[in-house]
Design a protein around this ligand. Structure first.
Ligand code: OGA
Ligand code: MN
Length: 209
């Protein structure tokens, strides 16, 4: 079996990532925009849009958000049989990050779930937390952007609502935002062009009831 090219370079400062998360609950990493996995994933996401495999993110507990017009993205889980090698490669590539952060932060990160997301022009996602009220499995949220040459006036920022104020992150290819699912409220601002990403969550095992 061929090994998956690592998303992170050998010298990726996982210590710094962990320190940021400990100190302020969020961080941003820059991955090479021309990384083969990113190029493949960007291509795959657009292919899924063209072949109408993306679905309004409306399953189960998200229904309310969609019906209320709070969320405008359409998604496809990376472990869906319709997904290709880039999706599988990305899922694998997230794992060393999960393990490395687990070692440093002992967060009990047991698994990863991830989906492609496409926000059509003008769509956004209102301010929210990724941790659901009745399901505390999501511990860390990761959003990896797949938009080459994102223009400075393209909108579509990920806006973090932090104690010190707002912080906007442009959805440019290779940018990887990481934040604590339970504490960092965030929103997606409407964009002036189609916006593609992979959203992933590192999950803890559900607590026994
Ligand atoms: C989400 C989300 C942020 C983004 O999918 O829950 O907040 O920038 N996405 O796409
Ligand atoms: Mn979110």
């Amino acid at each position: 079996m061929r090994s998956t090219p690592s998303l992170l370079h050998g010298d990726t400062p996982l210590d710094e990532v962990a320190a940021d998360l400990r100190r302020r609950d969020w961080t941003v990493l820059a991955i090479d925009p021309a990384h083969p996995l990113l190029l493949g994933a960007a291509c795959e996401a657009r292919h899924h849009l063209l072949t109408q495999r993306l679905r309004p993110a409306s399953t189960g507990r998200d229904d309310g958000l969609r019906l209320a017009g709070l969320r405008g993205d359409e998604t496809l889980w990376l472990d869906d049989p319709a997904c290709g090698p880039a999706a599988a490669g990305l899922l694998q590539a997230f794992d060393p990050l999960r393990v490395g952060l687990n070692q440093r932060l002992t967060l009990g990160l047991a698994s990863v779930e991830a989906h492609f997301a496409h926000y059509p022009v003008g769509a956004g996602y209102a301010r929210h937390l990724d941790r659901f009220r009745r399901d505390d499995a999501r511990v860390l949220s990761l959003v990896l952007y797949l938009n080459r040459d994102w223009p400075s006036d393209g909108g579509g920022a990920l806006r973090l609502h932090l104690p010190a104020g707002c912080h906007d992150i442009a959805p440019a290819q290779g940018t990887l935002a990481i934040f604590l699912s339970a504490s960092v409220e965030h929103e997606v601002l409407p964009a002036t062009q189609a916006r593609f990403s992979v959203a992933a969550w590192f999950r803890q095992r559900p607590r026994p009831v």
